[in-house]
Ligand binder design. Sequence first.
Ligand code: ATP
Length: 408
Amino acid sequence: MNVSSVIKEHLDDEQFRILNGIATIAVDFGTGCYLVGGAVRDVLKGRGSGDLDIMVEHRFSEIADAVAEQLGGTVLKVTRFGTAALDIGAIHLDISTARCETYEESGDLPKVFPGTLEQDLARRDFTINAMAISLSRDSFGDLIDHHDGMSDLENGVVRVLHNQSFQDDATRILRAIRFAGREGYQLDEYTERLIRRDVRYLETVSGERIRHEIERIFLEPTSSAMLQVANDLKILQAIHPALAFEYSIVAPITCDFDDLNLIFYGLITRQASPEDVEPIITRLMLDSVRAAFVNDIVSIRAIVPSLRLSKFNSETYYLLEGLQPLALDAYATFTDDAEAVKRIRLYLDELRCVRPSITGESLLAEGVPEGPWIGQLLKSLLAARLDGDISSYEEEVEFVRRTLWGGP
Ligand code: ATP
């Protein structure tokens, strides 16, 4: 099957020019050259693709240098796994050597050897990602599909290539639910059974790799449906028993990229208890920003029973003070505890902005002697303002006078 017209139709002109240029350079180096991975899947599905993955049979690094030189790009990085990353204008591409991999221990990175096209496709995660399109001059556009990826693509099925796949690399479990959820594909029945069988192999994968794949899920428009599947298949719990996801977020959450990441961490850790926080942070190797957010979410949950009982605004304030507004907002958005929501929103919208006009400096300037009572006084002054006992500067002065000297 030749799909050159499909590539031409769905890649943009610049990408097509680059593929043609690489094809010509590959001839000079006497190597076959293929478009592989996600770009093949995407163009065959009738859509454009961002990054391009190119596979060559040998001399990848010399080819990468020649591509950069002749097509006006920059080689960004060359890895020991035989991949060169390049930018040509706005287009990012990887040029890799065909390789074969063996896994000695589950979860370990594979041992990588130079291999054939067939071996390279056979090491991939799913049939829909294991196709190649030839870019060689004499066979440009020929589809190479040894694993029947095309029919899985047409039928909307995510299927592993062999039954040890998840044991070799359990991050593929997270990738499976991402690819299925992204397109509304089904997990092939056998593949789903393998996930259930092998989900415990997630224990063997480093926190860094899990975090990388989980954050790719967070950024998908249908992330909540994916996480629901991850919950139902006990994937999250295999990462850490206290992780869970139980929300039906219908509309995609729209917010800043970094905030979105944090919000999803909050959502999957919301059922965790304070004792779970450190182990989760360690398991996922969370940085200080993510760790602080998770900490806050779990703290809010622990605070909520007292919050619901709080009678005064000042109590609400002092319970929630110091917690990140984004964590409070996320908690309030996704809880159905109306009383907690009311208190959190009141804090976010009003209480946290309340500041008495009298400050520590103004008290000192008025001759109040330095000492710990200044802090206590300001705290009671703030509480009085929050609770509406005083509402003007004059009343603040009066309050201070009464507190310090017991009368007008
Ligand atoms: P996306 O559109 O999400 O970027 P992609 O398929 O390009 O999808 P990448 O993670 O960039 O995803 O991977 C590129 C290709 O490398 C995949 O299509 C797949 O063939 C292969 N691959 C990536 N990760 C794995 C893995 N853990 N196991 C096997 N093959 C993998």
